[in-house]
Design a protein around this ligand. Structure first.
Ligand SMILES: O=C(NCCCCCn1ccnc1)c1cc(-c2ccc(F)cc2)cc(O)c1O
Ligand SMILES: [Mg+2]
Length: 215
């Protein structure tokens, strides 16, 4: 039977990356996507210039990632977390989640990561009771682009954001999240900043929006 792209990406990680070395896992995935097959990981340009620097400057104790896919950004974030910090990552697609679990394990960051399979609309309201979350210091939005706004409002309603919480949204140009941008840039409850970049592994325009919740 035919393998899937995530399965071929995982095979490249097993072949090229050193077990327990998160940087080598990130490098192996970027090489696979540059040389073999495009895949929708945040990628090295947006990853190193924007995601890594926002994670490092936020120094978060509790992170939520919406959209795990193959675990590329999960590994990037987890490798930058302080000791005892926790990253909860939500993936809707069980096949992708299965690949992500193995990528995360190979990178050696599994003890910092809680991968939850299911819908953000269902799981966000359960974060406090199920995982003992108080509030998130950082949220990386990288799932269905038409759910960014819905889930941001849901996180507000569930009291999961506190003064200073950072939202970082991928793909606000390509594929785009126009309703999210309209809301977050005009809301008095957020201070937003756009970081221009390029769509992973391409020359197409893209960028991330960083928004700080003002409480
Ligand atoms: O759709 C994307 N991500 C969500 C995938 C499904 C999430 C499922 N899920 C997880 C949790 N809750 C729901 C995405 C797409 C592209 C892209 C860009 C150009 C193009 F021509 C084709 C595709 C680039 C990205 O960087 C992306 O992130
Ligand atoms: Mg993305």
């Amino acid at each position: 039977t035919q393998s899937t792209r995530p399965q071929r990406l995982l095979a490249a990680v097993h072949k090229k990356a050193t077990r327990g070395n998160p940087r080598s896992v990130v490098k192996a995935i970027d090489e696979f996507c540059n040389q073999n097959e495009w895949a929708m990981n945040v990628g090295n340009e947006k990853g190193s210039e924007i995601l890594d620097s926002v994670v490092s400057e936020t120094n978060p104790g509790c992170v939520l990632e919406l959209g795990t896919y193959c675990g590329y950004s999960t590994v990037r974030i987890a490798s930058l977390l302080p000791p005892h910090a926790q990253l909860i990552t939500l993936e809707f697609n069980p096949d992708n989640a299965a690949v992500a679990r193995q990528v995360i394990a190979w990178a050696g960051v599994a003890e910092k990561v809680r991968l939850v399979e299911g819908e953000s609309g269902e799981w966000i309201p359960k974060m406090k009771e199920q995982f003992g979350v108080k509030t998130f210091d950082l949220v990386f939005l990288d799932h269905w682009k038409n759910r960014y706004l819905l889930d941001t409002k849901l996180m507000e309603e569930c009291g999961l954001l506190k003064k200073g919480s950072v939202l970082l949204a991928d793909n606000v140009v390509c594929p785009g999240a126009p309703d999210y941008l309209e809301y977050i840039r005009n809301s008095p409850q957020y201070k937003s900043q756009f970081f221009k970049s390029h769509l992973e592994y391409t020359k197409a325009e893209d960028g991330l929006e960083k928004s700080v919740f003002l409480g």
